[in-house]
Design a protein around this ligand. Structure first.
Ligand code: 0A1
Ligand code: ZN
Length: 865
């Protein structure tokens, strides 16, 4: 396969500008006609042709200033249209046709369950019409949508300015968006929906109409999303002083969508999974996700739309920043602690794995074959951690000053990450030069902690701490340099007294590690000090801090930061599991169980922290602190630990469960914490046959999806008869609702059963399953590949082969989704050689496949390089 990578270093400014775009789109499933009228201006003095991108288009006519072009004035290929002209300013009119019904890749214009919709980020606009499909070409759009009257609602970006009849059967609506935008923010939706309306008045008194479009019959499931939108609008005004800037804000929920949602100007398109929610069908996590994705897309209006990216290498400019903003919003709406834990889990489970794989890249990548492959946990979540470090270093006021300056300088522009850094630099006396390495260096830094104690005079002890940093080489970069790392640090003794250093390097609980290593000293009467390093995950790094069980329990007891208490528990569990890997028949010592019992007693009134502390690290998280992983051995050790945990703590767990009073469902933080804690405990108790009845009882009496699903998840540890019976009841109840059924698909696909492939094959034949629907594919095949670690990693290679067989078919339908699901196969580096060989064998099959998409090609070829 010959595919060309693009490099960040090769950026060239556009040779032409396009000030206005006038689109006239007549919708038809197989013959949609697009008339595009562009006002084009040559930039500077050059005689290059105008080169437009195009993909899967049939070109009908081209004219300049009303004159049709002759054959020698343009050339057209599968991907480009090149137009030769000496004019410096001209009006270009292009007509072309497209076939939305045949578009299964869900990029460009496609049909989702009968409704037309578009997805143009990153490079989908070129599948609608010929254009300079790059984010630094900003234009004012006027769009006329024409359709049969059987398609009643016709939407596009901006404000509606005209509507009427074309003929007896055909109507149109014309839209105008006054804000210049890149084509990736273009959107069009047409169909028959239920509509929820509301309005929001901004602080400066502007009234904004809010409209939410959902599938017929789903209106009541859209209420929470609309309320979330208003909360997000208010929050952005309060925290960043940012108001909405159009008269109307529309959100459309569709069933067929490759990602979560899309921030098209004034017309967001959402995966229905992140809009629809009610008590019966949605879990607390679903509600949380709806609110955070609604907010994320809304926040993009300023960080992404008003200020956009110069080129796609700068994606983190908008995504890292917007994820940080939605995280802060969610923390304010729900709870800071559970949010922080949630996001740190994502970093440790997924981002660290990406950085340890052949797909490792800095948050601002240097080289890209298929842009869709770079909507990654690195660009998004590590990107957000980097923004969080700015926030930590500058403080909330400094950060706000930097943001204000960023908007002052760049509103209406397409800019770079360096422009953002420079705006932040203007708001602080710190020198951010070294800090900016976070944008160019990939990999996860490891911070090691050394601690020496000597006796000094007067019965005092002198403690010397050395912090060192080291970033292991990654597949894309062999040389690494020291980073500028804000390290949150707490030094405590057994009684919980806190200490600071003699050199005053620790300021406000933070020390900056910028060299390969640094040293500081602490004088104390105690010989026994515990350093809590990288508290609250103050930087996206790993820590190697050789603390014993006692020290971990001291942190749990005395750390001021509940996050650090949770983290100490996670480390303790990780240690125990390591012990069982080394000697599978070992029993965890009573000292540890007693320590955990005390911890439970200490936190019995803090169900939020308690619930999180009772969660055992996932298999995927455990992988990140191990190498050469033998999956069966690690899974066995993890399972053995969970079984001992349930047995040793049975009484304590029962007490916690029984002390949480049941009340009617409400989505409030207090109620969420209770449900979360109760369901975590239930999953432990379900491992003991005598408590199977608790699982069944909860399933039977639940008045909400959180508890129903909590019971079902717990049933994964019960007898297969119980699991099967509850799953069958669930299917019968929810067969009509594909979003709920996705949960059922995922539970089946993650079962560690010998007949798993027969089960998955059956799921793929389920009437509600379709390979063309990304949500279904993710819930069945994605869940298996990402989360059924034992069966996916079977040593006979059957799991790898099963996924590969499926990907070969899926790739021909939807390459973007195929390229996401191939991820676990490409992350072979951490596993034992026997796994690696089998994984690479399947990657080889993919690579040799004729007609493989460039999406999958990029990931597989890197992984085998
Ligand atoms: N910008 C969106 C994410 C997104 C990216 C690509 C898509 O299709 C290829 C769709 C959505 C966001 O961050 O929410
Ligand atoms: Zn985003």
């Amino acid at each position: 396969m010959s595919v060309q990578a693009k490099r960040r270093a090769d950026y060239q400014p556009p040779a032409f500008s396009i000030a206005t775009v006038d689109l006239h789109i007549t919708l038809h499933p197989t013959q949609t006609q697009v008339i595009s009228t562009l006002s084009v201006t040559r930039n500077g003095n050059h005689d290059s042709p105008l080169i437009l991108d195009g993909d899967n288009l049939s070109l009908n006519t081209i004219a300049i200033n009303g004159n049709a072009l002759s054959d020698d004035e343009y050339t057209v290929s599968d991907t480009l249209l090149s137009i030769s002209t000496h004019l410096d300013e001209f009006v270009l009119e292009i007509t072309n046709t497209i076939a939305p019904e045949q578009n299964k890749a869900l990029e460009g214009l496609y049909l989702s369950g009968g409704a037309y919709c578009t997805q143009c980020e990153a490079e989908g606009f070129r599948r609608i019409t010929y254009f300079m499909d790059r984010p630094d070409v900003l234009s004012v759009y006027t769009v006329t949508v024409v359709a049969d009257k059987s398609v009643p609602m016709l939407l596009a970006n901006g404000n509606p300015v005209d509507k009427g009849e074309v003929d007896e059967n055909t109507h149109f609506v014309k839209w105008h968006d006054p804000h210049p935008k890149p084509c990736y923010l273009f959107a069009l939706v047409a169909g028959d929906f239920d509509l929820l309306t509301d309005s929001y008045t901004t602080t400066s008194g502007k009234e904004v109409a809010l409209e939410l479009y959902v599938d017929k019959g789903k209106k009541s499931q859209g209420v929470f999303a609309l309320e979330s939108l208003k909360r997000a609008m208010k929050w952005d005004e309060d925290v960043f002083g940012l108001e909405y800037d159009l008269d109307i804000y529309m959100i459309v929920a569709v069933d067929f969508f490759n990602m979560g949602a899309m921030e098209n100007k004034g017309l967001n398109v959402f995966n229905s999974k992140f809009v629809l929610a009610d008590q019966k069908s949605a879990t607390d996590d679903d509600f949380f996700n709806v609110e955070s994705v609604i907010a994320h897309e809304y926040f993009h209006n300023w960080t992404g739309n008003r200020i956009t990216c110069r080129d796609w290498f700068q994606l983190s400019l908008k995504e890292g920043l917007t994820v940080f903003r939605d995280q802060q919003f969610s923390a304010d709406m729900t709870s800071a602690l559970s949010n922080r834990i949630k996001h740190v889990r994502v970093m440790r489970e997924h981002q660290f794995a990406e950085d340890a794989s052949a797909m490792s890249h800095p948050i601002r990548p240097e080289e890209v074959i298929e842009m869709n492959n770079f909507y990654t946990v690195t660009v998004y979540d590590k990107g957000a951690e980097v923004i969080r470090m700015f926030h930590t270093l500058l403080g909330p006021e400094g950060f706000r000053r930097g943001m204000d300056e960023y908007f002052r300088r760049h509103d209406g522009q397409a800019v770079t990450c360096d422009d953002f850094i420079s705006a932040m630099q203007s708001a602080t006396d710190l020198d951010l030069t070294q800090f900016s390495r976070w944008y160019s260096q990939s990999g996860t830094p490891i911070i090691t902690v050394e601690h020496c104690t000597e006796s000094a005079e007067n019965g005092m002890f002198k403690h010397t701490f050395t912090l060192s940093q080291h970033t292991p080489a990654t597949s894309d970069q062999s040389e690494k340099q020291p980073l500028y790392i804000p390290v949150n640090i707490e030094i405590i003794d057994k009684q919980g007294n806190t200490y600071t250093d003699n050199e005053s390097l620790i300021q406000n609980g933070m020390i900056v590690l910028k060299d390969a290593s640094m040293r500081f000293t602490v004088n104390a009467q105690s010989a026994d000090l515990t350093p809590v390093v990288l508290g609250n995950f103050s930087a996206p790094a790993k820590v190697e801090n050789p603390l014993g069980t006692d020290a971990l329990l001291t942190i749990f007891k005395h750390s001021k930061d509940p996050f650090n208490r949770w983290d100490a528990m996670q480390t303790l569990y990780d240690r125990c599991i390591k012990q069982l890997e080394a000697s599978p028949d070992a029993e965890i010592s009573n000292d540890i169980w007693n320590g955990i019992k005390q911890a439970i007693a200490q936190e019995q009134d803090n169900l939020e922290l308690l619930g999180e502390c009772l969660v055992i690290p996932s298999f995927e998280t455990l992988c990140q602190s191990r190498s050469n992983i033998n999956v069966a051995a690690l899974s066995k050790a993890r399972k053995a630990f969970c079984d001992q945990y349930a047995r040793s703590l049975e009484q304590e767990l029962l007490n916690v469960f029984n002390n949480i009073e049941q009340s009617a469902y409400s989505y409030t933080q207090d109620a969420i914490n209770k449900r979360r804690c109760k369901n975590v405990v239930l999953a432990h108790l379900a491992r003991l046959p005598q408590h199977e009845s608790m699982v069944i009882a909860q399933f039977d009496s639940a008045d909400n999806m959180t508890d129903t699903l909590g019971a079902l998840r717990s049933a994964q540890h019960c007898s297969s008869a119980t699991f099967d019976s509850l799953m069958a009841q669930f299917e019968e109840t929810w067969n009509h609702d594909p979003l709920v059924l996705d949960k059922w698909f995922a539970l089946h696909a993650t079962q560690n059963r010998d007949d798993i492939f027969a089960t998955i094959t059956m799921l793929c034949e389920h009437p509600q399953f379709a390979m063309s629907n990304p949500n279904r594919v993710r819930s069945v095949i994605g869940s298996f590949a990402f989360y059924n670690s034992e069966k996916f990693h079977s040593l006979d290679g059957s799991g790898y082969k099963f996924v590969t067989d499926y990907l070969l078919k899926l790739d021909a339908v939807n390459p973007q989704v195929a390229a996401r699901i191939v991820t676990p196969l490409t992350q072979w580096q951490g596993f034992a050689i026997e796994h690696q060989q089998q994984m690479k064998q399947q990657l080889g099959r993919l690579l040799n496949h004729k007609g493989l998409s460039k999406d999958v090609f990029e990931k597989v070829s890197k992984s085998l390089a």
